[in-house]
Write a protein that binds this ligand. Sequence first.
Ligand SMILES: [Zn+2]
Length: 360
Amino acid sequence: MKAIIVRPGEKGAVLKDIDLKENVGENKVKLRTLRVGICGTDRGIVTGKLSFTRAPEGFNYLVLGHEGLARVEEVGENVNLKEGDLVVPVVRRGCGKCSNCKIGRQDFCETGEFIEAGIRGKHGFMREEFVDDAKYLVKVPRDLGELAVLTEPLSNVMKAYNELVFVQKRSVWNCEDSTFGCRRATIVGSGPIGQFFAMVFKTNGFDVTVVNRREPNQIEEKISKTVGYSFVDTSKGLEDVPDSDVIVDTSGYPSAFIPLLKKMKRNGVLLLFGTVGGEKDEIYSDLITFFVEYNISVIGSVNASKLDFEQGMTLLSVWKTRYNGVLQDMITKIVKPEETQDAILEKQKGSIKTVIEWSK
Ligand SMILES: [Zn+2]
Protein backbone atom coordinates (compact mmCIF):
# COMPACT_ATOMS: atom_id res chain seq x y z
CA MET A 1 0.00 0.00 0.00
CA LYS A 2 0.99 3.60 -0.47
CA ALA A 3 2.07 5.52 2.63
CA ILE A 4 3.78 8.78 3.56
CA ILE A 5 6.97 7.85 5.37
CA VAL A 6 9.58 9.88 7.22
CA ARG A 7 12.97 8.95 8.67
CA PRO A 8 13.00 10.51 12.14
CA GLY A 9 15.74 13.11 12.49
CA GLU A 10 15.98 13.59 8.74
CA LYS A 11 14.14 16.13 6.58
CA GLY A 12 11.44 15.21 4.10
CA ALA A 13 8.37 12.99 3.68
CA VAL A 14 7.93 10.64 0.72
CA LEU A 15 5.10 8.60 -0.74
CA LYS A 16 6.24 4.97 -0.86
CA ASP A 17 4.88 1.47 -1.27
CA ILE A 18 5.12 -0.44 2.00
CA ASP A 19 3.87 -3.80 3.29
CA LEU A 20 3.12 -3.97 7.02
CA LYS A 21 1.36 -7.38 7.10
CA GLU A 22 -1.29 -6.38 9.64
CA ASN A 23 -3.98 -8.97 10.39
CA VAL A 24 -7.57 -8.54 11.51
CA GLY A 25 -7.87 -10.66 14.67
CA GLU A 26 -9.96 -10.50 17.82
CA ASN A 27 -10.75 -6.90 18.89
CA LYS A 28 -9.13 -5.60 15.68
CA VAL A 29 -10.56 -3.55 12.85
CA LYS A 30 -9.36 -3.08 9.28
CA LEU A 31 -9.78 0.51 8.13
CA ARG A 32 -9.72 2.40 4.83
CA THR A 33 -8.19 5.85 5.36
CA LEU A 34 -10.43 8.66 4.08
CA ARG A 35 -8.81 11.90 5.24
CA VAL A 36 -5.82 12.92 7.33
CA GLY A 37 -5.26 16.46 8.60
CA ILE A 38 -1.87 18.19 8.66
CA CYS A 39 -0.66 20.20 11.66
CA GLY A 40 2.41 21.87 13.15
CA THR A 41 3.63 18.59 14.67
CA ASP A 42 3.84 17.10 11.15
CA ARG A 43 5.76 20.19 10.06
CA GLY A 44 8.16 19.72 13.01
CA ILE A 45 8.77 16.08 12.02
CA VAL A 46 9.22 16.75 8.28
CA THR A 47 11.62 19.64 8.88
CA GLY A 48 13.64 17.43 11.27
CA LYS A 49 13.08 19.82 14.19
CA LEU A 50 10.94 17.64 16.46
CA SER A 51 13.46 15.91 18.72
CA PHE A 52 11.19 13.27 20.27
CA THR A 53 9.88 11.67 17.07
CA ARG A 54 10.96 8.05 16.50
CA ALA A 55 10.21 5.02 14.32
CA PRO A 56 8.39 1.96 15.72
CA GLU A 57 10.61 -0.79 17.11
CA GLY A 58 12.17 -2.81 14.29
CA PHE A 59 11.62 -0.10 11.66
CA ASN A 60 13.91 2.55 10.24
CA TYR A 61 10.97 4.70 9.11
CA LEU A 62 7.72 6.07 10.51
CA VAL A 63 4.40 6.40 8.70
CA LEU A 64 3.35 10.00 9.30
CA GLY A 65 -0.11 11.30 10.24
CA HIS A 66 -2.10 11.53 13.47
CA GLU A 67 -5.28 13.44 12.52
CA GLY A 68 -7.09 10.48 10.99
CA LEU A 69 -10.54 9.67 9.67
CA ALA A 70 -11.24 6.18 8.35
CA ARG A 71 -14.02 3.80 7.27
CA VAL A 72 -14.44 0.33 8.75
CA GLU A 73 -13.83 -2.39 6.12
CA GLU A 74 -13.63 -5.53 8.22
CA VAL A 75 -14.03 -6.37 11.91
CA GLY A 76 -12.61 -9.14 14.07
CA GLU A 77 -14.45 -10.88 16.93
CA ASN A 78 -15.78 -8.85 19.88
CA VAL A 79 -15.87 -5.60 17.95
CA ASN A 80 -18.85 -3.31 18.37
CA LEU A 81 -18.43 -1.60 14.97
CA LYS A 82 -19.68 -2.60 11.53
CA GLU A 83 -18.54 -2.28 7.94
CA GLY A 84 -19.11 1.26 6.66
CA ASP A 85 -18.90 2.99 10.05
CA LEU A 86 -16.68 6.09 10.12
CA VAL A 87 -14.15 6.26 12.96
CA VAL A 88 -11.42 8.54 14.27
CA PRO A 89 -8.42 6.79 15.86
CA VAL A 90 -7.00 7.98 19.18
CA VAL A 91 -3.35 9.07 18.82
CA ARG A 92 -1.64 8.08 22.07
CA ARG A 93 -1.47 4.48 23.31
CA GLY A 94 -0.70 3.85 26.97
CA CYS A 95 2.37 2.36 28.64
CA GLY A 96 0.25 -0.38 30.25
CA LYS A 97 2.03 0.19 33.56
CA CYS A 98 0.89 3.40 35.23
CA SER A 99 -2.50 3.96 36.86
CA ASN A 100 -3.57 6.62 34.38
CA CYS A 101 -2.82 4.45 31.34
CA LYS A 102 -4.67 1.52 32.92
CA ILE A 103 -7.90 3.55 32.99
CA GLY A 104 -7.61 5.02 29.49
CA ARG A 105 -6.01 8.29 30.60
CA GLN A 106 -2.76 7.77 28.70
CA ASP A 107 -2.85 11.54 28.11
CA PHE A 108 -1.65 11.69 31.74
CA CYS A 109 0.87 8.82 31.41
CA GLU A 110 3.33 8.93 34.30
CA THR A 111 6.13 6.75 32.90
CA GLY A 112 6.48 8.55 29.55
CA GLU A 113 6.65 5.11 27.90
CA PHE A 114 3.56 5.75 25.77
CA ILE A 115 3.62 5.66 21.97
CA GLU A 116 1.83 8.03 19.57
CA ALA A 117 0.62 7.18 16.07
CA GLY A 118 2.50 9.12 13.42
CA ILE A 119 4.68 10.85 16.02
CA ARG A 120 6.68 8.43 18.17
CA GLY A 121 6.98 4.66 18.16
CA LYS A 122 3.85 3.84 16.17
CA HIS A 123 2.96 4.13 12.50
CA GLY A 124 0.47 6.88 11.73
CA PHE A 125 -2.53 7.17 9.43
CA MET A 126 -1.12 8.65 6.21
CA ARG A 127 -1.53 5.35 4.34
CA GLU A 128 -4.22 3.69 2.29
CA GLU A 129 -5.34 1.31 5.04
CA PHE A 130 -4.47 0.19 8.55
CA VAL A 131 -5.51 -2.28 11.25
CA ASP A 132 -6.18 -0.93 14.72
CA ASP A 133 -7.52 -2.00 18.12
CA ALA A 134 -11.24 -1.30 18.42
CA LYS A 135 -10.78 0.27 21.84
CA TYR A 136 -8.78 3.10 20.28
CA LEU A 137 -11.44 3.94 17.68
CA VAL A 138 -14.07 6.61 18.23
CA LYS A 139 -17.23 6.15 16.17
CA VAL A 140 -18.30 9.21 14.19
CA PRO A 141 -21.97 10.26 14.55
CA ARG A 142 -23.83 9.88 11.24
CA ASP A 143 -24.61 13.60 10.91
CA LEU A 144 -20.97 14.69 11.15
CA GLY A 145 -19.46 12.80 8.20
CA GLU A 146 -16.11 13.90 6.79
CA LEU A 147 -15.89 16.97 9.05
CA ALA A 148 -14.87 14.45 11.72
CA VAL A 149 -11.30 14.86 10.40
CA LEU A 150 -11.25 17.90 12.71
CA THR A 151 -11.85 15.74 15.80
CA GLU A 152 -8.23 15.06 16.76
CA PRO A 153 -7.07 18.69 17.00
CA LEU A 154 -10.30 19.56 18.82
CA SER A 155 -9.87 16.65 21.27
CA ASN A 156 -6.70 18.30 22.62
CA VAL A 157 -8.60 21.55 23.12
CA MET A 158 -11.41 19.66 24.92
CA LYS A 159 -8.90 18.15 27.33
CA ALA A 160 -7.35 21.54 28.07
CA TYR A 161 -10.78 23.10 28.64
CA ASN A 162 -11.84 20.24 30.92
CA GLU A 163 -8.64 20.67 32.92
CA LEU A 164 -9.26 24.40 33.27
CA VAL A 165 -12.80 23.86 34.61
CA PHE A 166 -11.49 21.22 37.01
CA VAL A 167 -8.73 23.48 38.35
CA GLN A 168 -11.10 26.43 38.75
CA LYS A 169 -13.22 24.43 41.18
CA ARG A 170 -10.59 25.71 43.66
CA SER A 171 -12.86 28.74 44.22
CA VAL A 172 -16.37 29.85 43.28
CA TRP A 173 -15.88 30.56 39.59
CA ASN A 174 -19.38 30.26 38.19
CA CYS A 175 -21.21 33.58 37.86
CA GLU A 176 -24.17 34.58 40.02
CA ASP A 177 -26.59 33.11 37.48
CA SER A 178 -24.66 29.77 37.59
CA THR A 179 -23.19 30.20 34.06
CA PHE A 180 -19.75 31.42 32.88
CA GLY A 181 -21.34 34.47 31.23
CA CYS A 182 -19.34 36.94 33.37
CA ARG A 183 -15.99 35.31 32.48
CA ARG A 184 -13.63 36.41 29.73
CA ALA A 185 -11.17 34.24 27.82
CA THR A 186 -8.41 35.66 25.64
CA ILE A 187 -6.86 33.30 23.09
CA VAL A 188 -3.40 33.99 21.68
CA GLY A 189 -3.19 32.74 18.07
CA SER A 190 -5.83 32.33 15.36
CA GLY A 191 -4.83 29.01 13.76
CA PRO A 192 -7.12 25.97 13.95
CA ILE A 193 -6.34 25.42 17.66
CA GLY A 194 -7.03 29.08 18.47
CA GLN A 195 -10.31 28.92 16.55
CA PHE A 196 -11.33 25.75 18.40
CA PHE A 197 -10.54 27.31 21.78
CA ALA A 198 -12.66 30.33 20.80
CA MET A 199 -15.57 28.08 19.82
CA VAL A 200 -15.32 25.91 22.96
CA PHE A 201 -15.26 28.96 25.26
CA LYS A 202 -18.12 30.64 23.34
CA THR A 203 -20.20 27.47 23.47
CA ASN A 204 -19.68 27.42 27.24
CA GLY A 205 -20.89 30.99 27.62
CA PHE A 206 -17.59 32.91 27.93
CA ASP A 207 -16.89 36.28 26.38
CA VAL A 208 -14.03 35.56 23.94
CA THR A 209 -11.25 37.60 22.36
CA VAL A 210 -8.74 36.14 19.89
CA VAL A 211 -5.48 38.04 19.47
CA ASN A 212 -2.75 37.91 16.84
CA ARG A 213 0.03 40.32 15.85
CA ARG A 214 -1.69 41.12 12.56
CA GLU A 215 -5.09 41.91 11.09
CA PRO A 216 -7.50 38.97 10.67
CA ASN A 217 -7.59 37.46 7.19
CA GLN A 218 -10.87 37.04 5.32
CA ILE A 219 -11.66 33.60 6.70
CA GLU A 220 -10.79 34.59 10.27
CA GLU A 221 -12.99 37.67 9.93
CA LYS A 222 -15.89 35.51 8.80
CA ILE A 223 -15.37 32.93 11.56
CA SER A 224 -15.14 35.61 14.27
CA LYS A 225 -18.43 37.17 13.12
CA THR A 226 -20.25 33.84 12.89
CA VAL A 227 -18.96 32.48 16.20
CA GLY A 228 -19.28 35.86 17.90
CA TYR A 229 -15.85 36.66 19.28
CA SER A 230 -13.66 39.78 18.97
CA PHE A 231 -10.38 39.74 17.04
CA VAL A 232 -7.68 42.12 18.27
CA ASP A 233 -4.50 42.95 16.32
CA THR A 234 -1.97 43.31 19.17
CA SER A 235 0.74 44.77 16.88
CA LYS A 236 -1.19 48.03 17.36
CA GLY A 237 -1.07 47.80 21.17
CA LEU A 238 -2.91 45.99 23.94
CA GLU A 239 -5.58 48.64 24.73
CA ASP A 240 -8.38 46.63 23.08
CA VAL A 241 -7.53 43.38 24.91
CA PRO A 242 -10.02 43.06 27.78
CA ASP A 243 -9.12 42.07 31.34
CA SER A 244 -9.33 38.28 31.28
CA ASP A 245 -10.05 35.35 33.58
CA VAL A 246 -8.26 32.95 31.25
CA ILE A 247 -5.40 33.54 28.83
CA VAL A 248 -4.75 30.65 26.45
CA ASP A 249 -1.51 30.62 24.50
CA THR A 250 -1.59 28.54 21.32
CA SER A 251 1.52 30.15 19.84
CA GLY A 252 4.36 28.88 22.04
CA TYR A 253 6.04 32.31 21.84
CA PRO A 254 6.65 33.91 25.26
CA SER A 255 6.75 37.32 23.57
CA ALA A 256 3.15 36.74 22.41
CA PHE A 257 1.60 36.02 25.81
CA ILE A 258 3.83 37.40 28.60
CA PRO A 259 2.92 41.06 27.84
CA LEU A 260 -0.77 40.05 28.02
CA LEU A 261 -0.44 38.85 31.61
CA LYS A 262 -1.01 42.44 32.78
CA LYS A 263 -4.59 41.87 31.58
CA MET A 264 -5.07 38.83 33.84
CA LYS A 265 -7.68 39.12 36.59
CA ARG A 266 -7.42 37.68 40.09
CA ASN A 267 -7.75 33.87 40.36
CA GLY A 268 -7.06 33.64 36.64
CA VAL A 269 -5.50 30.85 34.62
CA LEU A 270 -2.72 30.86 32.08
CA LEU A 271 -3.31 27.86 29.84
CA LEU A 272 -0.25 26.90 27.80
CA PHE A 273 -0.88 24.85 24.70
CA GLY A 274 1.52 26.04 21.98
CA THR A 275 5.01 24.59 21.58
CA VAL A 276 7.79 26.07 19.51
CA GLY A 277 11.56 26.09 19.84
CA GLY A 278 14.06 28.89 20.01
CA GLU A 279 12.52 31.99 21.52
CA LYS A 280 13.87 33.12 24.91
CA ASP A 281 12.26 35.39 27.47
CA GLU A 282 12.90 36.07 31.13
CA ILE A 283 10.77 35.28 34.11
CA TYR A 284 11.35 38.14 36.55
CA SER A 285 10.50 38.35 40.24
CA ASP A 286 7.71 40.92 39.79
CA LEU A 287 5.97 38.42 37.53
CA ILE A 288 6.32 35.71 40.17
CA THR A 289 4.93 38.09 42.80
CA PHE A 290 1.97 38.77 40.50
CA PHE A 291 1.33 35.02 40.05
CA VAL A 292 1.40 34.57 43.84
CA GLU A 293 -0.64 37.62 44.83
CA TYR A 294 -3.28 37.01 42.17
CA ASN A 295 -3.63 33.21 42.71
CA ILE A 296 -2.70 32.59 39.08
CA SER A 297 -2.70 28.96 37.97
CA VAL A 298 -0.58 27.80 35.07
CA ILE A 299 -1.79 24.72 33.21
CA GLY A 300 0.23 22.98 30.53
CA SER A 301 -1.87 20.54 28.53
CA VAL A 302 -1.10 17.95 25.88
CA ASN A 303 -2.94 15.14 24.14
CA ALA A 304 -6.46 13.89 24.96
CA SER A 305 -8.44 10.93 26.26
CA LYS A 306 -11.01 8.98 24.22
CA LEU A 307 -13.69 10.83 26.19
CA ASP A 308 -12.27 14.15 24.96
CA PHE A 309 -12.50 12.82 21.38
CA GLU A 310 -16.17 11.91 21.96
CA GLN A 311 -16.96 15.30 23.48
CA GLY A 312 -15.16 16.99 20.58
CA MET A 313 -17.29 15.08 18.07
CA THR A 314 -20.46 16.12 19.87
CA LEU A 315 -19.41 19.77 19.68
CA LEU A 316 -18.52 19.43 15.97
CA SER A 317 -22.06 18.15 15.35
CA VAL A 318 -23.50 21.14 17.24
CA TRP A 319 -21.25 23.63 15.45
CA LYS A 320 -22.00 22.13 12.03
CA THR A 321 -25.53 23.50 12.51
CA ARG A 322 -24.92 26.48 14.78
CA TYR A 323 -21.90 27.97 12.98
CA ASN A 324 -23.24 27.52 9.47
CA GLY A 325 -20.36 26.63 7.13
CA VAL A 326 -17.57 27.62 9.50
CA LEU A 327 -16.16 24.09 9.89
CA GLN A 328 -16.05 23.65 6.10
CA ASP A 329 -14.34 27.06 5.84
CA MET A 330 -11.66 25.92 8.30
CA ILE A 331 -10.59 23.21 5.84
CA THR A 332 -8.92 25.65 3.49
CA LYS A 333 -7.18 23.08 1.27
CA ILE A 334 -7.65 19.44 0.26
CA VAL A 335 -4.63 17.77 -1.35
CA LYS A 336 -3.71 14.38 -2.87
CA PRO A 337 -1.28 12.03 -1.03
CA GLU A 338 1.51 12.81 -3.54
CA GLU A 339 1.23 16.51 -2.60
CA THR A 340 1.76 15.85 1.12
CA GLN A 341 5.33 17.08 1.56
CA ASP A 342 4.63 20.37 -0.27
CA ALA A 343 1.41 20.85 1.70
CA ILE A 344 3.26 20.30 5.00
CA LEU A 345 6.11 22.64 4.17
CA GLU A 346 4.24 25.51 2.56
CA LYS A 347 2.90 28.25 4.82
CA GLN A 348 0.05 29.67 2.82
CA LYS A 349 -1.32 33.03 3.71
CA GLY A 350 -4.92 32.70 4.80
CA SER A 351 -4.80 28.93 5.18
CA ILE A 352 -6.16 27.28 8.31
CA LYS A 353 -6.34 23.49 7.93
CA THR A 354 -5.00 21.38 5.08
CA VAL A 355 -6.35 17.86 4.68
CA ILE A 356 -5.07 14.96 2.57
CA GLU A 357 -7.75 12.97 0.80
CA TRP A 358 -6.79 9.29 0.67
CA SER A 359 -10.12 7.86 -0.37
CA LYS A 360 -13.75 8.97 -0.80
ZN1 LIG B 1 1.50 5.32 31.42
